[in-house]
Write a protein of this length. Structure first.
Length: 439
């Protein structure tokens, strides 16, 4: 059963005392957590459908499984579903939009013709809800991407089409950032690659680099727009060769000073992005993380409270708090203040369960993992600095039994969202009263 307020406050006080005895300032950790926004991905709400009504099926290695009732069919339904999800998640957050989620008034608007006007309702909605917006060009599910190539296509005309689409996406992102007073991250991901072994791996990458240079040619104020590029190990139909690999985009981001997007599901199943964060931050001023969960070959499962998620959150917070690292040179008062260098978003889609619950579960888990990292006893790092690896390991293991759950409950209560599993009852009621009627 959900815990009541009368039991939460005493449990929190005991937890705060326990942490204080280990040198952890719980109030400071909670203040830092409240400053960390998560960018929720709009495409969880409608199975990556969008609102172009073009009849183009998903492609580019993207597939959504399941047919749970009640997916959003219109922008208004999607916004309503997002409001419900956000009401169950503590803190202030953001929304990540794809270009195919514009509102086109029933007209056929091709990707190289999209304008800010097609997203004015999203901007108005975000402003009324005090949300920031992030944006993505949609380089899939289109006839000009039917052979699996876009910005690296050998056909100059097709490349130019996608260059124009990405240019317009950047302009839209900048308009969002300008209107909302917070920079929009416009993240470029493309599906380009070969199913089987290519004869020429270099030429597509040369074309991609040149195309990206054209996309980013127009200077935009970082106060309004931040450019990011996202790599991938492989996709369905591009198992043997992906043009935009991690190595390609790491080099591109460093030489052009763009944000590098590390997606937790875009690497080998045994490879974690946690170990990459500190390395990338040595060479780039800011990075973007797409937090997902890979299962075998598929990268887009709802984020759960796994060891990998905790490792990602721990590395993010450790880098923010490290006084000798690159983040430390820009260190302000606490981890939340230095968090401008690490941007967090979610990227998964599951149509086999309630879609609103998928948002809530994933976002709350990421926030929980960040809180756990913020509550790490400083004696662990101190032992490492002293060369006492035995103590380090012992304290790491003992810290897993610390009462961080009581701190999380208090944080949820302080932000006016349900404790424990109580949020599920609200989702179930919403499903009964709203989602089940969408037929």
């Amino acid at each position: 059963m959900p815990r009541s307020k009368s039991t939460t406050t005493p449990a929190f006080q005991l937890a705060r005392e326990r942490y204080a005895g280990l040198g952890v300032n719980v109030d400071r950790a909670l203040n830092a957590l409240a400053k960390i926004p998560i960018s929720l991905h709009c495409w969880q709400g409608d199975d990556v459908g969008g609102f172009e009504n073009s009849g183009n099926a998903l492609a580019g290695g993207i597939a959504v499984t399941g047919n749970y009732p009640g997916k959003a069919r219109t922008p208004d339904e999607l916004r309503m579903d997002l409001e419900k999800a956000l009401s169950l998640i503590p803190g202030k957050h953001r929304l990540n939009l794809h270009a195919m989620y514009g509102e086109f008034g029933g007209k056929r608007v091709d990707r190289d013709e999209i304008e800010v006007a097609h997203f004015k309702n999203w901007i108005t909605w975000a402003k009324s809800n005090s949300l920031g917006l992030d944006f993505n060009p949609t380089c899939f599910a289109h006839p000009k991407a039917s052979d699996g190539f876009t910005l690296s296509h050998r056909d100059k005309g097709i490349r130019e089409f996608w260059i124009d689409h990405c240019r317009r996406s950047r302009d839209i992102g900048a308009a969002m950032g300008r209107a909302l007073g917070t920079p929009c991250i416009t993240n470029v991901w493309i599906p380009d690659g070969f199913k089987d072994t290519p004869a020429d791996r270099q030429s597509p990458r040369e074309r991609l680099a040149a195309a990206l240079d054209e996309v980013f040619k127009k200077p935009l104020s970082p106060k309004h727009n931040l450019d990011a590029v996202e790599g991938k190990l492989f996709g369905i139909g591009a198992e043997s060769y992906t043009v935009g690999s991690h190595e390609f985009y790491f080099g591109y981001a460093i030489t052009r000073q763009k944000l590098l997007c590390l997606d937790a599901g875009h690497f080998h199943p045994t490879e974690s992005i946690a170990d990459k964060i500190s390395s990338v931050l040595l060479y780039l001023p800011e990075i973007l993380l797409h937090v997902s969960r890979g299962v075998r070959w598929d990268s887009d499962h709802v984020v759960t409270f796994t060891d990998d998620l905790q490792a990602i959150a721990r590395e993010v917070i450790a880098c923010c708090q490290n006084p000798t690292g690159s983040l430390g040179r820009n260190r302000r008062q606490d981890a939340g203040d230095t968090f401008h260098r690490v941007h967090l978003g979610l990227d998964y889609f599951d149509a086999s369960i309630n879609r609103i619950a998928a948002w809530v579960i994933g976002t709350r888990n990421l926030l929980r993992a960040l809180l756990l990292a913020l509550l790490e006893p400083p004696a662990i790092s101190a032992a490492e600095l002293a060369g006492d690896n035995t103590t380090r390991l012992a304290l790491q293991e003992e810290s897993k039994a610390l009462p961080f759950g009581a701190v999380w409950d208090y944080y949820c209560e302080s932000k006016g969202v349900p404790l424990g599993e109580a949020w599920l009852a609200e989702v179930k009621a919403y499903e009964k009263n709203v989602l089940r009627k969408r037929f």
